[in-house]
Design a protein around this ligand. Structure first.
Ligand code: DGI
Ligand code: FE
Ligand code: FE
Length: 196
């Protein structure tokens, strides 16, 4: 029988994908693949490491299935503080918890990857290229359909990544304001930093 040789690195990637398929709800798993694929493409376009982008994309929502209590527990154990508005809020906690899980369960030691996971929901001032790529890919991956002007933002991400970032920040703030959601201080700081 003909056998196909695959590299150790690729085998590890397949193991990671298999694990995430078990851990995440199916729609979340498909979103994860979309983010990884989009992140690798943006990395190729903008001169970032495509492997790192793919791994960060695969792992960015790895904690999404946990309860808020479990997320908080994981963060506290790792010495990460939980802000009052983060308490019980899985939309905000899963990125912090995800960075802890990426390190402890998935053995990621690359600080840029861990930070990209950690700030993928709020962004932060002075994001690295990888952090921007994950933040943007989460918003524009092909499975996303709800946000306004997605076509324009998707095209912009491949021509002017900082303009795409500003478009996403503007639309996210609009969305949070119109839906009366409390704005995380880091979301606001990111907005102020990139809009000045
Ligand atoms: O995990 P995903 O759904 O793929 O995407 P995400 O990690 O960007 O999370 C998006 C959610 O986070 C969305 O429901 C809006 C929410 N969010 C982002 N910034 C803030 C926020 N929610 C509040 N309350 N405040 C924020 O500043
Ligand atoms: Fe997320
Ligand atoms: Fe996501």
């Amino acid at each position: 029988m003909k056998t196909t040789r695959i590299s150790k690195q690729y085998e590890n990637r397949l193991d990671l994908i298999r694990d995430l398929e078990q851990e995440l709800k199916y729609a979340r798993f498909i979103h994860t693949l979309g983010v990884a694929f989009t992140a690798a493409s943006l990395a190729a376009r903008h001169g970032c490491d495509t492997d790192k982008a793919e791994i960060a994309g695969l792992l960015h929502d790895c904690a999404k299935s946990m309860s808020a209590d479990k997320m908080e527990q994981l963060c506290r154990k790792a010495g990460l503080e939980i802000a009052p508005m983060e308490k019980g809020n899985t939309a905000l906690l899963h990125s912090k918890a995800g960075s802890v899980l990426a390190k402890t369960k998935y053995g990621i030691t690359d600080v840029d990857i861990l930070n990209a996971i950690r700030c993928h929901t709020t962004g932060r001032p002075e994001m690295t290229l990888l952090e921007k790529i994950i933040f943007i890919s989460d918003y524009i991956e092909p499975g996303r359909t709800q946000a306004p002007r997605l076509d324009r933002i998707r095209a912009m991400a491949f021509s002017d990544i900082d303009e795409a970032l500003r478009m996403i920040l503007r639309d996210t703030l609009d969305y949070l304001e119109t839906t009366n959601k409390e704005i995380d201080p880091l979301t606001q700081k990111t907005y102020d930093y990139y809009m000045q």
